[in-house]
Design a protein. Structure first.
Length: 216
């Protein structure tokens, strides 16, 4: 009886050992699963991309397109913008100017608010008029100034106030800022014609020379 019991125990122990060995072998031989890691690439650009969300004025079929990254509280931006406006009058069928927001909030507390305000005016088809007024009143940017411009331009005050409160155009401004960062912008204004860039406010004569070179 004892021998039979020992025999069964030996067989059970052997079977258990075989089972353990089988499980270990099965796990060891199994192919490891692929681990998928989502990576976010840091995109570096060499020239800006113009889309339908970017305000533009000038020729509908331009020979030369200038893309300006600016800040409404920046004096040099106002100077460049004024000179570009003069060039638009000189080359109405050949030149187009595109605006990109690049507010420097670390230097100008109202820069982002002003950019959003201009985009709110854009929803009422008065972007460029509002844009020009912001530059003219850049030394006194505030909620009161935005409201005053709204009145002076005849905007729908309630719609504008609602837009400004909700900050609904903010994603468009942020997209422009992100593009400027991808272009490694270091200052405003920065002006692009294709991959060529100029930083700072160029005088009218220098700008005209650049335009004439590209028109050739």
């Amino acid at each position: 009886m004892i021998n039979k019991q020992n025999t069964w125990l030996t067989l059970l122990g052997f079977a258990f050992l075989l089972g353990v060995i089988f499980v270990i072998f099965a796990f060891a031989s199994r192919k490891p699963e692929a681990v998928i890691v989502k990576e976010t690439a840091t995109k570096t650009l060499t020239e800006p991309t113009v889309t339908i969300i970017d305000p533009a004025r000038g020729a509908t079929k331009p020979v030369v397109t200038i893309v300006e990254f600016g800040d409404y509280a920046c004096d040099a931006c106002e100077q460049l913008d004024t000179n570009l406006s003069k060039l638009l009058l000189k080359y109405p069928d050949q030149l187009r100017v595109v605006w990109k927001d690049f507010p420097n909030e670390s230097l100008h507390a109202e820069a982002m608010h002003a950019a959003v305000a201009a985009r709110c005016a854009d929803e009422q088809k008065l972007f460029w008029q509002y844009h020009d007024e912001l530059f003219l009143r850049r030394l006194a940017l505030s909620d009161a100034t935005y409201s005053a411009i709204t009145t002076d331009l005849g905007l729908n005050a309630n719609a504008f106030a609602s837009c400004l409160k909700s900050q609904s155009p903010r994603p468009r401004v942020d997209k422009s800022v992100e593009e400027g960062q991808a272009l490694s912008l270091t200052a405003t204004p920065t002006m692009f014609i294709g991959q060529e860039r100029w930083v700072g406010s160029l005088d009218l004569a220098a700008l005209q020379t650049i335009i004439e070179d590209h028109l050739k």
